[in-house]
Design a protein around this ligand. Structure first.
Ligand SMILES: [Zn+2]
Ligand SMILES: [Zn+2]
Length: 558
């Protein structure tokens, strides 16, 4: 889906929730809610429709709503939302974010218990006052406590993908400022973690120039004068700037990159490193190859380096194809042809299309009939691609087949066997226990037509924990059946977690790094999957996407 459309839909949904929360007109709330769903499903981009003056052609979008949307595109403020927010205690919005409550319940909590913040909510839950409310009960109260704990653990963190542009711009600004010789990001950001809660930068140059350059870009500094310089980015993320004197940049960068365990183990084995400009010499001077930042977690990377056993890490350049992507046939924003053209333009040799299956109605899942129609359309399109004189490229037919709550697959074998590639994923019954969830995944792996288990835990980073699975049992089932595990590259997912990737590859399981693209622009999300895959020591040979189209199809058939 188009990013701007999604942002507009979020504002409309928020307006609907705020109207309900404030006890406003229910019809008005419903109108906003249904407009949100329409815009979410819209193929055309809303800014384009606004420019053409045809936004009111969309059902449910009248003159005044169209004007509000235009204003949002102009100013970033949605009038109805701004008006309603002005009348509410600011902390109430945090309460609305608690999963499982919703505007109706939040209204009751506010009106009956005077709850206007997460702190109030927690106090009321601890005191047992929520369970006593009619329509709430002990289960809701426990859920509130669990959710608050989660929200607290998410606070102050961000997806690396979300903050990367901001960090890279700051580094670039430092590098291009007179009086600053060098600058680099360090810490967990450089070690390619999926989430960050603070940013470390290393800079060599005049402290005034460093401070002024960053302050001019909205960094707020604390007053303390001694190093490191601490402050806050415009996005609210904490920042530490480590100054390096001439001739020390390499050592300072290395120490600020960490991890602490890696640095400690290095010092234990080789002693304190001397000053150096170039971080690489710190390793080479003691006879080691350079250990990539992604690997510096203090596991066995130094031992591997000493034994010449460091992995050749997979890179985006190794990719020959992309699997698991969506089109307008289910919940994607672009057509088959648009997705294919975009993948080909990126230099890929094949693109797997795995739209949702029939049970996933919220995502417009395909019936068997529609799926078979798509398979034919793919064959036609491939014939065009083969004949047009362009680079060799083909679309692989497929499905993201739902694993139903009882473990059955959403399509029968006769359908699955006609497809090039089949991803099986869980999108429902997240509340089931670890035994049932594991059985769902193991059962899917055991079906000979299933090639890849999609986003194995269903987690959404900083929004929702994954359902419980027995990773070792799932890995064992994949190893026994030759099923690959997905590392979903969407920055919200990055699922399979990289901490399990090495365990999976050690068992012989291949990893498919899939963008799960719902728009052409999302094909590039693989970079985030590759970043964490490197943390899992993934090599090109262990990654499904490095196979040629023929090898991939042969693998899928075997
Ligand atoms: Zn999915
Ligand atoms: Zn998907």
């Amino acid at each position: 889906m188009n990013k701007t459309n999604r942002a507009i839909a979020r504002q409309l949904k928020l307006a609907a929730d705020l109207i309900e929360l404030t006890g406003g007109n229910a019809f008005r709330a419903r109108a906003f809610g249904s407009a949100a769903r329409r815009i979410e499903r819209l193929e055309e981009s809303v800014p384009a429709l606004v420019a053409e003056g045809t936004l009111t052609d969309v059902a449910g979008v009248g003159q005044s709503l169209a004007a509000d949307i235009a204003e949002f595109l102009d100013t970033g403020q949605f009038p109805a939302v701004a008006e309603l927010l002005a009348t509410l205690p600011p902390g109430l919005l945090d309460v609305l974010r608690v999963k499982g409550l919703g505007p109706k319940k939040v209204r009751v909590l506010w009106q009956d218990l005077d709850i206007t913040s997460l702190d109030d909510l927690e106090a009321a839950a601890v005191a047992g006052r929520i369970a006593a409310l009619s329509g709430f009960g002990a289960k809701t109260q426990q859920n509130v406590l669990d959710q608050i704990e989660l929200l607290q653990s998410y606070a102050g963190k961000a997806h690396t993908a979300q903050i990367a542009d901001e960090v890279e711009e700051l580094v670039e600004a430092l590098r291009t400022t007179a009086g600053i010789a060098r600058a680099e990001a360090a810490g967990r950001f450089r070690r390619q973690f999926e989430l960050v809660e603070d940013i470390d930068l290393v800079a060599e140059g005049s402290p005034e120039a460093i401070r002024d350059t960053l302050a001019a870009r909205g960094v707020q500094f604390e007053s303390a004068a001694h190093a490191p310089l601490r402050g806050t980015l415009p996005s609210g993320m904490r920042l530490a700037v480590h100054p390096a004197e001439a001739g020390t940049f390499g050592r300072v960068l290395w120490a600020a990159t960490g991890s602490e365990a890696h640095v400690e183990q290095f010092v234990d084995r080789y002693g304190l490193p001397g000053d150096t400009d170039d971080e690489a010499t710190l390793y080479t001077s003691v006879g080691l190859p350079v250990v990539a930042p992604a690997l510096r977690e203090g596991t066995d990377e130094l031992e591997a380096a000493a034994n010449g056993a460091l992995p050749r890490l997979v890179t985006v350049e190794d990719f020959r194809g992309s699997l698991h992507n969506h089109t307008t046939a289910s919940d994607g924003a672009h057509t088959l042809r648009e997705m294919g053209d975009a993948a080909r333009a990126m230099g890929l040799e094949y693109l797997g299309i795995c739209d949702h299956s029939r049970s996933l109605q919220v995502a417009n899942g395909l019936s068997i009939e529609r799926l078979m129609g798509q398979v034919e359309a793919i064959a036609d399109l491939n014939a065009d691609y083969a004949a047009d004189g362009g680079p060799a490229f083909r679309i692989l037919s497929g499905t993201e087949c739902d694993i139903l709550s009882d473990g059955a697959l959403d399509f029968p074998d006769e359908v699955l066997e006609q497809l090039d590639i089949v991803v099986a994923s869980i999108h429902s019954a997240f509340q089931l226990g670890i035994v049932e969830q594991t059985a769902r995944l193991v059962g899917a792996a055991e079906n000979p037509h299933i090639d890849i288990l999609g986003h194995p835990t269903g987690r959404l980073l900083l929004r929702r924990e994954g359902y419980a699975i027995d990773h070792d049992a799932v890995i064992a089932a994949c190893a026994a059946t030759g099923t690959a595990l997905e590392l979903n590259a969407n920055p919200w997912r990055l699922d399979l977690d990289w901490r399990w990737v090495r365990r999976a590859t050690a068992a012989g399981v291949l990893i498919a790094i899939n963008p799960d693209a719902h728009a052409t622009s999302e094909l590039a999300l693989v970079r985030w999957g590759v970043a964490v895959a490197q943390k899992g020591w993934l090599t090109p040979e262990q990654c499904l996407n490095t196979k040629s189209a023929d090898d991939l199809l042969a693998w899928a058939r075997s």
